[in-house]
Write a protein that binds this ligand. Structure first.
Ligand SMILES: NC(=O)c1ccc[n+]([C@@H]2O[C@H](COP(=O)([O-])OP(=O)(O)OC[C@H]3O[C@@H](n4cnc5c(N)ncnc54)[C@H](OP(=O)(O)O)[C@@H]3O)[C@@H](O)[C@H]2O)c1
Length: 255
């Protein structure tokens, strides 16, 4: 990770869960991390923790709603002025809403597409343009996908979410191909976890918190730090190694 010291990473959805763990880990490895989400106060708390832990990097909180394009464009302009640009982009923010295909609300489907697919794509494009204008040829774009980007489980609450994650699988490979055609050495990777113990299920099942808690008690889940370790592994790979996708499940997870 030495070559990343002092360089700029954007981590979306850095307020809690997997994004918070990734942001913390990259700061520990000496990176300058812009962490964004709507609940910026939680990122401010995390930044203070990083300072008191004596980590060599810095965490810079930024308030951004990833379903709003103007918010994202303003964030990239601000990064350009304050920190030159983005060298690493971790598209982590995402959500599932319980909106089945036969009865779900269109607004819920739109929110999932806006954040999980469009927000991720806007940040990817802007991060690439930021690298290109500064002649950064060793940048990395990492999408936090899901096992739901690779197979569909029989649970109507997450069918639409699954479709949004299948899109992330296609977007990551499409990005890899466009980066090759553009003759850059910038890399594109996705990490596809199974069940990770975060706020995710509590937000999905906001009307049934007991069911959410039971989900995480059903097996020994992955922890957010496990995904952060995978990000560090991906960023540490030698420059000629392009990791496409890492699928990681809890050992006890069947599907
Ligand atoms: N937990 C799992 O089992 C699991 C498994 C596979 C994949 N994943 C994926 O991992 C990623 C992170 O999930 P997690 O488990 O860490 O979930 P989480 O604990 O619910 O955190 C979700 C993060 O996304 C952010 N976010 C959601 N909507 C946003 C918006 N409109 N604008 C800005 N930020 C937004 C949230 O920030 P604010 O609410 O503060 O804005 C939060 O930081 C997601 O892409 C998810 O699909 C999770």
């Amino acid at each position: 990770m030495d070559r990343w010291k002092g360089r700029v990473a954007l981590v979306t959805g850095a307020s809690v869960g997997i994004g918070a763990a990734i942001a913390k880990s990259l700061v520990q490895h000496g990176m300058k991390v812009v962490g964004c989400a709507r609940n910026v106060e939680q990122i401010e708390k995390l930044a203070a923790e990083c300072v008191s832990s004596g980590f060599s990097g810095t965490l810079i909180p930024y308030k951004c709603d990833l379903s709003v394009e103007d918010d994202m464009l303003s964030m990239f302009s601000w990064i350009k002025v304050q920190h030159q640009g983005v060298d690493v982009c971790i598209n982590n923010a995402g959500l599932a809403l319980p909106e089945p295909l036969l009865s779900g609300k269109t607004s819920g489907w739109r929110t999932m597409m806006d954040v999980n697919v469009i927000g991720l794509s806007v940040c990817t494009r802007e991060a690439y343009q930021s690298m290109k204008e500064r002649n950064i040829d060793d940048g990395h774009i990492i999408n936090i996908n899901s096992m739901s980007g690779h197979r569909l489980v029989n649970n109507a609450d997450i069918h639409f979410y699954t479709a949004s994650k299948y899109a992330v699988t296609a977007l990551t490979e499409g990005l890899r191909q466009e980066l090759r055609e553009a003759k850059t050495h910038i890399r594109a990777t996705c990490i596809s976890p199974g069940l990770v113990e975060t706020e995710f299920a509590y937000r999905l099942l906001s009307k049934n918190q007991e069911k959410a808690a039971a989900t995480y008690k059903s097996i020994k889940c992955l922890q957010a730090a496990d995904i952060a370790n995978a990000v560090v592994y991906v960023l540490s790979a030698p420059p000629h190694v392009q990791i496409g996708d890492i699928q990681m499940r809890p050992v006890e997870q069947l599907t």
